[in-house]
Design a protein. Structure first.
Length: 379
């Protein structure tokens, strides 16, 4: 073979090798989905969660991980479920079709519950850092996990707090008829009865309501000391402003759906020192790595942590940790590790029970003070 021909063969082989290398790198991309409300009244929460996932993805890629003998690059695919169950099912199928092996989401229980079947049937892991309705894990789907506290804990905790700390005797309840809002309100009502509280009114809105004057006028005649709202912060803010307009003296309490710094802004701080809420997890700044997380989050996104970005961040890292422990990026393989192993996380030790719920998930009660949520009681 002459020198010219040798050079041509060498270049051809080199090109083939280069092409093979590029293909090998492409084959190691692991797609992680995020799903939540990125538009609409709950977009602040959806974007906060998305940022938590992205921050974890950035850190994982900086580690240059090897799984199954191959270098792995993680890629986030984020979709907007609009806080709508029908849209949620559609985008869940879109994520499956795009080849994700895990989805970090959804935010709303009413979206997570129907979407969970799509993921489970496709053998894709779903882990939510927010959806709290117990019905999600009662489904018994082996690919579904919850890194959050469920409504049985949060609704009951706020009923206990209303009775034992706020010393209330008469309470009113309003919910938005979503899976989350009605679920946490039902638990509050049940526990309120066990605490000897009198539920003097039970009213309803929707997750898009802006006018609560009629139901509040009825409630005011019953003179409750506490009003529990089962729903999300945007509607809770409208409710609070209209309670103030009507001169109602009742304290406002709720679950994690209203436990957002956005509540203060949207309500014009109408309920400073008169709003209390429960949130899953320990206060971020009391966690060993909490302050460092907040600083990284702020410097990366030029905004502060809202509510559940730490949980969505931790959930993403738990999925990657399970892959490493399983030495596989295949969901049927690493999902079994998620079911069996204990994980270290930003939130503390994480172990899932047979239903996919976080064992001994903590709960913290917060008070709105000076426009900020101040942690009061943790368990």
């Amino acid at each position: 073979m002459n020198n010219a021909l040798s050079l041509i063969v060498a270049v051809a082989l080199s090109g083939a090798g280069f092409a093979w290398t590029v293909q090998a790198i492409a084959d190691t991309v692991v797609k992680i989905g995020h799903a939540g409300p990125l538009t609409g009244s709950q977009a602040q929460s959806g974007k906060d969660d998305e940022r938590g996932v992205q921050l974890a993805i950035n850190e994982l890629n900086a580690r240059k991980m090897i799984i199954g003998g191959q270098p792995v690059t993680f890629e986030m695919i984020s979709v907007d479920d609009q806080a709508d169950p029908k849209v949620g099912v559609n985008v869940a199928q879109q994520l499956v079709d795009k080849g994700v092996v895990a989805v970090i989401g959804h935010y709303n229980s009413g979206v997570s519950i129907p979407a969970a079947r799509v993921y489970n049937d496709a053998h894709v892991v779903m882990i939510t850092g927010a959806s709290s309705n117990p019905a999600l894990t009662i489904l018994g789907f082996p690919y579904v996990f919850r890194l959050a506290t469920n409504d049985n804990e949060m609704g009951a905790r706020m009923a206990d707090y209303a009775a034992k700390t706020l010393k209330a005797k008469r309470v009113a309840v309003v919910d938005d008829r979503t899976a989350y809002g009605s679920g946490v309100a039902d638990v509050f009502v049940q526990q309120a009865g066990q605490n000897g509280l009198s539920v003097v009114a039970r009213e309803y809105g929707t997750d898009k309501s802006t006018d609560f004057k009629a139901i509040l006028t009825r409630i005011k005649t019953e003179n409750p000391q506490v009003l529990f709202y089962g729903g999300y912060y945007a509607q809770a803010a409208y409710l609070a402003r209209q309670m103030s307009d009507l001169g109602m003296k009742a304290v406002l309490v709720g679950g994690d759906g209203i436990c957002s710094p956005e509540f203060s802004k949207l309500s014009n701080n109408a309920f400073d020192n008169r709003m209390f809420c429960a949130q899953g997890g320990a206060p971020l700044d009391r966690l060993p790595a909490g302050k460092a997380f907040r600083e990284k989050f702020n410097s990366t996104f030029n905004t502060d942590v809202d509510t559940y970005s730490p949980a969505f961040y931790a959930a993403t890292l738990i999925v990657a940790d399970a892959m490493q422990k399983a030495n596989s990026t295949s969901a049927p393989v690493f999902s079994k590790v998620m079911s069996e192993a204990t994980f270290d996380s930003l939130l503390g030790p994480v172990k899932f029970n047979a239903q996919g719920d976080w064992v001994h998930a903590p709960v913290t009660v917060y008070r709105l003070t000076g426009g900020k949520l101040e942690p009061l009681v943790a368990r």
